[in-house]
Write a protein that binds this ligand. Structure first.
Ligand code: TUI
Length: 316
């Protein structure tokens, strides 16, 4: 059995979080992962306050296990979400795509364990100072909004810089990668891409099929010019976008912003995987089959245990 300070203190069966995937992570996925012994999270990104409240209440009906909310700081609804999580008695919050500094005091005062996603040592240090319970160090292998550093480089640097628990994210979808994350000093992992094809995940089947047939080099990063790089699966949309992104003379930043607007929803909920943004990490190619969240988590941790138990074979 693999058990760390993270599953023990958050009352989980396994030290694994589900990524707070925008438009994807609804009450059904969050409850599915929580019922499977991990930490499910509802993404607040795409919901206004009232929609988020309804999603939280639905999740409470679907599970009696701990679950959390991911507040995407660049969301237009971040302020509303920040209050709703308190009103609804949410105990665990993860954040993404920014510095949650302005909410830290009221969240920690409400007894919430705040676990920000960080892509740098500097932000990890800042978060520890402002009362974060743990940090998720997310490497640029991940899907969605990405930082510059890889998981391999980032995780040990964050582990050395802070004394709070570190959870590794980015490029993790099987037991070997979980074992590796532990070797880097992490005490838990966050997985996004693999849960896209969970039976409990309600996204369009076309999106799941695109992930299932992805090859190793199928993801690309768009949006660097705008200062918010995003990793997704290469398609007609990313080809068109990249052409315009590298043609600064003819296409303004405003035009680029507009081009991307609504495209995640189009892929996730509309199933248009050609003209929409199919957010996924570099491990998409390793995701081979649809399973329940429990099957995924048990398989991952069985393999991690096997790998960790065998690790001494190299030590003479
Ligand atoms: O946030 C993510 N991943 C995301 S957010 C998202 S929503 C979206 N949808 C469509 C298009 C664009 C975005 C999709 N995926 N991961 C966590 C993460 N946070 N990665 C990187 C960061 C980050 C980056 C810079 C955190 C903080 C930061 O700067 C902090 C500062 O000091 O301002």
């Amino acid at each position: 059995m693999i058990s760390t300070v993270i599953d023990q203190s958050l009352n989980l069966e396994f030290p694994i979080f589900q990524g707070g995937m925008a438009w994807v992570a609804d009450a059904y996925l969050a409850a599915g992962v929580s019922n499977a012994g991990g930490l499910g999270l509802i993404a607040a990104m795409n919901s206004n306050g009232e929609q988020l409240r309804a999603e939280i209440r639905k999740c409470k009906e679907l599970t009696d296990k701990p679950f959390g909310v991911n507040v995407m700081l660049a969301s237009p609804y971040a302020d509303e979400a920040a209050q709703v999580v308190i009103d609804e008695g949410i105990k665990i919050i993860t954040t993404g795509a920014g510095n949650p500094g302005k909410y830290m005091e009221k969240w920690t005062e409400a007894g919430i364990k705040v676990i920000p996603v960080v892509a740098s040592v500097a932000l990890a240090r800042k978060m520890e100072k402002s009362g974060a319970y743990a940090v998720i160090a997310e490497g640029g292998e991940s899907g969605g909004h990405v930082g510059d550093l890889t998981t391999m480089a980032l995780v040990p640097q964050v582990v050395d810089a802070v004394s709070i628990p570190v959870i590794a994210a980015g490029g993790i979808c099987d037991g070997r990668q979980i074992a590796a994350a532990f070797m880097l000093g992490a005490v838990g992992v966050q997985v996004g891409t693999r849960f896209l094809v969970a039976k409990e995940c309600t996204i369009a089947q076309e999106y799941k099929d695109r992930v299932l047939k992805a090859k190793d080099i199928d993801t690309v990063v768009t949006g660097k010019r705008l200062g918010h790089p995003v990793r997704s699966i290469r398609n007609a949309f990313t080809r068109e976008y990249l052409k315009k992104e590298y043609n600064e003379a003819e296409y303004s930043n405003e035009e680029l912003e507009k081009l991307g607007t609504g495209t995640v929803r189009l892929a996730v909920r509309g199933g248009d995987v050609s003209n929409g943004t199919v957010l996924a990490g570099q491990v998409a190619a390793m995701v081979k089959k649809e399973q329940t969240a429990r099957e995924m988590i048990e398989e991952m941790f069985e393999q991690a245990e096997e790998v960790l138990n065998g690790a001494t074979k190299w030590v003479k």
